[in-house]
Design a protein around this ligand. Sequence first.
Ligand code: OOB
Length: 543
Amino acid sequence: MKLENPYPDEAARRYRDAGYWTGQTFPDLLATAAREHGGRPAVVGRDVHRQRQRWTYAELDDRARRLAAGLAGLGVAPGDRVVVWLPNVPEYLEVIWGLFTLGALPVFALPAHRESEIRYFCEHAEAVAVVTVTRHDRHDHADAARRVAKDVASVREVLVVDEGLPTGEPATPSAPEPDDVAFLQLSGGTTGLPKLIPRTHDDYLYSVRASADICGLTPGTVFLAALPAAHNFTMSSPGLLGVMHAGGCVVTAPSPDPDTCLRLVADEGVTIAAVVPPLAAVWVAAAEKNSPELPTLEVLQVGGAKCGSELAARIGPALGATLQQVFGMAEGLVNYTRLDDPDDVVLHTQGRPISPDDELRVVDPDSPDDREVAPGEVGALLTRGPYTIRGYYRAPEHNATAFTADGFYRTGDLVRLDPGGNVVVTGRVKEQINRGGEKVAAEEVENHLMAHAAVLDAAVVGVPDEFLGERTHAYVLPRDPDEAPSPADLRRFVRDRGVAAYKVPDAVEVVTSFPATGVGKTSRRELRAALAQRHTEQRHREE
Ligand code: OOB
């Protein structure tokens, strides 16, 4: 499958000439790792049966090729899309490498997703199969996947890892073209329906290799996958792919809590881990209390949401590791503080881009022609570069506003650049709530609330939260104030529609009117702003 919105020829030529796009493909990455590091451990962790596994690169390669053959036997073909809905288990690597080896495209779902999201991914990507587990996080994933398969015509197979994966004689790896789409990644989302992100072999693997380099990965690297493996941060910044490129070892954490993870760091000799700020905070608190011996931990990467300076300052002393801030997005651009940066950069900025050819423009968010602000001023971040997409998958209408005419992606983030080119994230202009790194599209949740027969209108806003950074607050206008559903009813209603728990509003407030925000019909955007403002004022009054 090719990109619907390809990089212009001139840009593609430049990225190749500069040596960013090398023609390497996913099957090449695994074959190289198996050749160069065959006897070294690739992955360690508890499998779907809770048995501890330790697979070398040669074993992982063999498993991937056998699975590719098994999938082909079921009729899965190169170019087919397959939704991967798995927790952090060693088989996650077997499955994605099986798909890459076959030339099928993984569509990455999060373990927290539920039936409605999986259904949507299957429909939108016309997936032929879903790969999942029987049960995870007290939820019957396989049953949900089978219900989806019954309704979505394209889905022919539900593969349940703990029931056994199909196998065959090891297949010869597929030979995709480097500008083919390798997989579809999930976006944080700002609209009613999540968007899928098409990433090519050339563009993605450039970001992986360059990230591994920036983070100094070697065959001695032991990476703890604490956040969901499917998240772009865990996958490629430098993540499990960067580690595999370097010949290091991936340790899969069954849960991100400090008890589990700090023990794994000690037991497996973890050298680098990646977390969101609320997790960093609980790891730091646990380490401050118990002072565990973590002599191997060199780097703690924190990203996905803003890491405040106070938390940033506690990380080094508590964990004995270097903090690396990471500001990235599944659409492409990733920024890192460098491991040898001075403290003021590491503690107070979100780092600088991977590539010399990442173009960053900071523009006045109210300017219709994207006028750049003065250097050092805050503005909306636009970006273009050798691993940033030029369009979402099957979303022409959204693409018309999400990208500029000359191909810059509108990140929706408010930033300023320091004189060293480091990015400081100061806020957001997009209709999204960043709930401790988990992204919630306001409109998506509003749509779920408005599906309730007794709800006339809904507005979802982010409100400050000490632990999560932000949490969600839903204002709901009932059709009939005398028959208004209760907040508990509405939260249950949203949950029962089969959506990820992190999208269920943290608080619901039933109101009799929305605040007037001007004349005529209010835009939802103004409404959200007014409600967020009202919420802040209320808090101030309470304090
Ligand atoms: C990562 O990717 P996504 O796609 O889940 O979310 C991207 C958005 C950014 O546009 C920004 O709004 C926010 O998440 N964000 C941060 C941040 N890192 C991400 N906001 C403030 N400070 C940070 N350090 O979240 C992601 C992808 C790759 C690497 C790291 C994070």
